[in-house]
Design a binder for this molecule. Sequence first.
Ligand code: TRP
Ligand code: SF4
Length: 335
Amino acid sequence: MRILSGMKPTGYLHLGNYVGALKNWVELQTEFDAFYMVADLHGLTSNQTEYKEQAKEYVYNMIVDWAAAGLDPKKSVLFLQSDIAEHSELFTLLSMITPVSWCERNPTFKEQKEELKGKDLDNLGFLGYPVLQTADIALYQAERVPVGKDQIPHLEISREIIRRFHFIYNTEVLKEPEPILGKVTKLNGLDGRKMSKSYDNAIFLRDDEETMRKKVMTMVTDVKRIKRTDIGHPDECNLFPYYLAFSSDQELIDGIRKDCESAAIGCVDCKKKLTETMKEYFTEFYKKRSELATQKDMVYDIMRDGAKRAGLAARETMELVREAIGMNSKNRYMG
Ligand code: TRP
Ligand code: SF4
């Protein structure tokens, strides 16, 4: 079964992105025929002017992080959205049958407009964000889409757009996608707010061990635990979920919980132990990352190969879509 998902290259990936998406993607690729896309066209909806300077850096590093985290370019198709012109073509065709009101009532539309104040979001492309996303999915006939909860409304719009396309053109050429919601341990940032590059509270995948250690040592912990002798509350602590995300050692996790709740361990020692746990977890990642970060050819080969494979699949779907609409280039000039 085919799956597709994407990420916008608007910054370096942080641990929130890793735990919230990438980690699941790696697991899913063994079970599914996976297409993973760097969604640079989507990035352009909010970063028009920065694109030229930043995109290359962020796109490149996104592929590096993906591969280092274990996405296998032989198994999965890793590609750049703007390499495949068919995304824009299908977007145009779908936009003809998508009611504007569907986009306007998209809950993330208003939210993001609020959140990203200062960016130029007053453009048609931003309004059409879910239509482009529908094109991304439909183009590869993906039946499942691994996403976070925040993307559920988008996916619902995708299903509606595809149903409407089928109804209007009396066809069934596309697939109605369903979400795959992965098991996610939510990680907050260093200050306890949602991890985000714009809050300056993120640990990035590209941070080296020393940077990661330093950042962990600055983390806000249980705010009720003021003195070393105060008992802690792991479930209200900002740091504890990191153990859940990066340790598979249940004994260690239970031990930390117990020692925190009885004040047997202090937060400083707890952070030190977490650093070690994370170092171990990311050993393989750091190794692969440093190999890839310097081997530009390898990274560009991954992208070229991905574009080739994605392009084949996309063109196949476009034949069907054009045929359904009556724009099939083969038949049009043959009487
Ligand atoms: N909108 C998604 C996000 O912000 C990224 C994305 C673009 C995507 N196209 C997609 C996700 C297609 C799933 C399927 O995270
Ligand atoms: Fe959090 Fe660890 Fe401190 Fe407990 S000991 S409050 S889990 S940092």
